[in-house]
Ligand binder design. Structure first.
Ligand code: M6R
Length: 630
């Protein structure tokens, strides 16, 4: 939620670069929030920071700046907002300024003690224009910065930000600029992301690397409760007390700036669905040796510790939790230990049973989901080890975990998660196979066979993309006006049904529900009336005949009540052909691999439905890509 960018360079003459970097950064960060956007610039000689902010999409801000250009500057900060506190409006948009207008501040998160602080500031005569917690912090910072000037005779924004941060409770990343120090940008973070981009004669700050990857791939993580001061030639990190931090981890961003561009596609979502095969292939890369044995040295947990694991708890939200549910079926089957899948926001409130032999697996595309972060912290406090499955380098969840297995899906920009899902399933499968290998619960050749099946999946996904897109589009056209959908699946088809339902509700705003097909007669069938669209994931009859027959029975039952059935089934399945109104065909593959292909037409279907309704598929209403507040 909320995208943040900051820029400082060694060039002491004001120019257009700070604004250019901020707008570029905001464009790439807009997926984090798009309720409003704003920038603040500072340069030598300014009495007050130059601030411009507009409600709505970044394009509104850009148009406003084109009409009334902003002055050249030496430093800048920019913000794109997902409103938590105060409605989306010009006045609530960030940046907010100090009472004297010398300082501008942007913020991501929620300040829990904002009302108390505001009350105190009001008692001192401060006035507020917005209804945001951020303005409270801006006013507070301004007051503290002026106190420092009064007592020491010189400005010290770095110290002022640290003192301010010590007074805040809640979750926050703040960035600030001050016209009295127009060569620096200062930031601080607590339970909210901030990374540093390291350039030549210029440095950057961003909520994630997308903010600056067009300028540099060299980045540095900031730890919890750390403050940072960047100028063009230096980056200084301290804790909130001012003690230097010298061991910040540096890394090279492993994707190119062009990977975060649409590259000719109509939407990021369309592009990212078509990157499903690559996401699977890249996530497999380097994870097995020439003999087919799994090699996960990178995760930094020794084999003996893995051998001791007697239970896995997967914590995640949304799509990531459905990837976890798919993995549960596979891991329990391969490793013969219980796997629980828990929505991260429920996890720590139910007193879960955690021991040093429990492996908690936190799955997150962004690596910043606050609910998942809180769950993993709880697990570690209780003495369990946490392994993150994550797509974003330098993010908080892998940094706070004992180990990390990165999915190599590349940047996922569309709010609806697509390629991350298939990559998460693959990464969790690799973990399961690795556990089976070190625990000896499977024969080597069995593991090799499954690795071979995984290696075959990118081509099968591609086949679905190439062969099913037209059928999917026709089905979407015929159902564009449907008011609701039911999705049914069994076994691994059940989480896929829920994922398909989630895609459709989040981007096409259609009421959908995903059910275990076996639940149908326990309630949901009451919803079926003539014409009701029901999407059914049909397992292959090969090897799982019983399961297949039961799902076919479910199709018959809903058909008998007038449902319009869309099935996803294995090529040549005569039963499905007989009963379903439309079939999206899957190439033959083992049942445990089927989620990797079955989800693809469902992603395309949601995309087509949203397009047909004329909706913005990449930026659905009310949502943000990274949910960094609880
Ligand atoms: O970044 P994460 O994987 O932790 O995000 C979890 C969910 O917020 C996310 O999957 C969400 O459900 C997506 N918008 C679904 O498409």
């Amino acid at each position: 939620m909320c995208g943040i960018v900051g820029y400082a360079s060694t060039i002491s003459t004001a120019c257009g670069k700070p604004l250019e970097v901020c707008l570029q950064g905001l464009e790439r960060l807009e997926y984090r929030g798009y309720d409003s956007a704003g920038v603040a610039l500072a340069a030598p000689g300014m009495d007050q920071v130059a601030v411009r902010k507009k409600a709505g999409r970044l394009a509104n801000l850009q148009a406003d700046i084109n009409n009334r250009p902003l002055p050249d500057a030496t430093v800048g900060i920019g913000h794109t907002r997902w409103a938590t506190n105060g409605e989306p409006s010009d006045v609530n948009a960030h940046p907010h300024t100090s009472q004297d207008g010398r300082i501008a501040l942007i913020h991501n998160g929620i300040i829990e003690n904002a009302s108390r602080l505001k009350f105190d500031l009001q008692a001192e005569g401060f006035t507020f224009a917005s209804s945001t917690d951020t303005e409270v912090v801006a006013k507070l910072l301004g007051r503290i910065a002026n106190e420092i000037v009064d007592t020491t005779g010189r400005p010290d924004l770095f110290e002022a930000v640290r003192r301010t941060a010590r007074m805040l409770t809640g979750a926050f990343t703040i960035l600030a600029v001050d016209v009295r120090q127009p060569d620096i940008v200062v930031g601080a973070r607590h339970d909210s992301p901030l990374v540093v981009g390291l350039g030549e004669g210029e440095n950057f700050l961003g909520s994630d690397v997308a903010a600056f990857v067009a300028y540099t791939k060299q980045a540095m993580e900031l730890g919890q409760d750390e403050a940072v001061c960047v100028s063009g030639g230096s980056v200084t990190v301290t804790d909130f007390e001012g003690h230097p931090v010298t061991d910040s981890r540096r890394f090279t961003v492993d994707w190119d700036a062009s990977a975060a561009l649409k590259g000719g596609w109509d939407s990021y979502m369309d592009k990212e669905i078509h990157e499903d095969p690559r996401a699977v292939a890249d996530t497999l890369l380097g994870r097995y040796d020439t003999d087919g044995d799994l090699n996960l040295d990178e995760v930094r947990i020794d084999e003996e510790t893995f051998r001791q694991v007697d239970k896995i708890i997967i914590v995640a939200c949304g799509t990531a939790s459905y990837a976890g549910l798919v993995a549960k079926y596979a891991i329990e089957h391969w490793v013969r230990i219980p796997v629980e899948v828990e929505l991260a926001h429920e996890f720590r409130y139910r007193d879960p049973i955690l021991t040093p032999r429990t492996l908690v697996v936190a799955i997150s595309q962004s690596g910043e989901t606050m609910d998942t972060l809180m769950a993993l912290r709880h697990a570690r406090e209780q003495g369990s080890r946490v392994l993150a499955i994550c797509n974003t380098q330098g993010s908080t969840i892998p940094r706070e975990s004992d180990a990390v297995l990165y999915t190599h899906a590349g940047p996922e920009i569309a709010v609806a998660s697509t390629k991350a899902f298939v990559a998460q399933v693959v990464a969790a499968y690799l973990l399961g196979l690795y556990l089976a290998q070190v625990k000896g619960t499977m024969f080597r050749d069995e593991i090799h066979q499954i690795v071979d099946s995984l290696k075959a999946m990118p081509a099968k996904i591609q086949q679905v993309l190439d062969s099913q897109a037209d059928t999917v589009e026709r089905a979407a056209k015929s159902l564009a006006d449907a008011r609701s959908f039911l999705f049914l699946g069994r076994h691994v088809g059940y989480p896929v049904a829920m994922e398909g339902a989630l895609k459709l509700k989040e981007i096409a705003y259609t009421f959908t529900e995903g059910f275990a097909a076996g639940e149908l007669k326990h309630g949901p069938i009451a919803l079926v009336e003539a014409g009701e669209p029901v999407v059914v994931i049909v397992p292959s009859s090969r090897g799982r005949d019983l399961l297949h027959n039961k799902v076919i029975s479910a199709i018959e039952e809903v058909k008998a009540r007038g449902a319009f059935v869309i099935a996803i089934a294995e090529e040549g399945d005569p039963d499905t052909e007989r009963y379903a109104d439309v079939v999206f065909w899957r190439p033959a593959c083992p049942t445990l691999m089927s989620p990797l292909v079955d989800v693809v037409p469902l992603q395309l279907f949601a995309l087509d439905m949203a397009r047909l309704k004329g909706l913005d598929v990449d930026k659905p209403r009310n949502l943000a890509k990274s949910v960094t507040v609880e």
